[in-house]
Each structure stands twice: as C-alpha cells, then as structure tokens.
Design a protein around this ligand. Structure first.
Ligand SMILES: [Zn+2]
Length: 115
C-alpha cells in the first residue's frame, strides 16, 4: 500500500527528530495533503496507526489538512481554487492553467512535549 510507506516515512522523520531531542515526545503531527497528490486520505488514516505500532512513537495523534487545488491561468493570470477534476480558470474558463497547489504532501507542524 502506497499510503503505508508514506505513513512510515513521516513517522521515520518524527523518530529521527525525537532521537536527536532526548526527553521530547512528539504528541501530534499535522500533515498537509493536496487533493491531487495521489494520496487517499482515508487510506493514510488507516495506515498511520499500523506504521505507528512498529515505531518507537507509540502514541501520536494525526491531523490531516486537505489542501484544495489552486490553478493559475496562463491566459489571464488569475489564480483560483477549483474542483479536483475541473482544471480550468474560474475567471475566463480557459483550460490553459497550471496547478500551483494541491499536489503537496508535507509535515505542516508537530506538537512536542518536553519531559
Ligand atoms: Zn483565465
């Protein structure tokens, strides 16, 4: 499962943070997942606890923020938020657009507790 390896990669990053900051516990991680990132949110939510079980971070809260698709129109330069499969300019309806947000997968923030 694609999402499981993503969950493992995220948890590895948090483990390495915890490893270099003794006494700190990572309590919560917030991920930004773009709607056209190719990642299924519910699959990721399912995979996360599985990846957590085999990590050194037993308790970790996961929050996922879904990032909508934004496009920039190459004709009129308008930036607009669009539906997932409707990649066209909201202003002039041109399909000559480039995606400027919605593909991301990143750790937005994490909550650390110091012992
Ligand atoms: Zn346009």
């Amino acid at each position: 499962m694609h999402e499981l390896s993503i969950a493992e990669a995220v948890i590895k990053q948090l483990e390495s943070y915890a490893g270099t900051h003794p006494g700190c516990t990572v309590k919560k991680v917030t991920l930004e997942v773009g709607v056209v990132s190719g990642i299924d949110r519910s699959a990721l939510e399912f995979a996360f606890p599985l990846a957590l079980e085999v990590s050194t971070l037993r308790k970790l809260e996961l929050e996922i923020i879904t990032i909508p698709v934004s496009v920039e129109c190459l004709d009129c330069r308008t930036k607009s938020e669009v539906e997932k499969f409707m990649l066209k300019c909201a202003s002039c309806s041109s399909t000559h657009v480039k995606i400027c947000a919605g593909r991301e997968l990143k750790i937005k923030s994490m909550e650390i507790e110091e012992a």
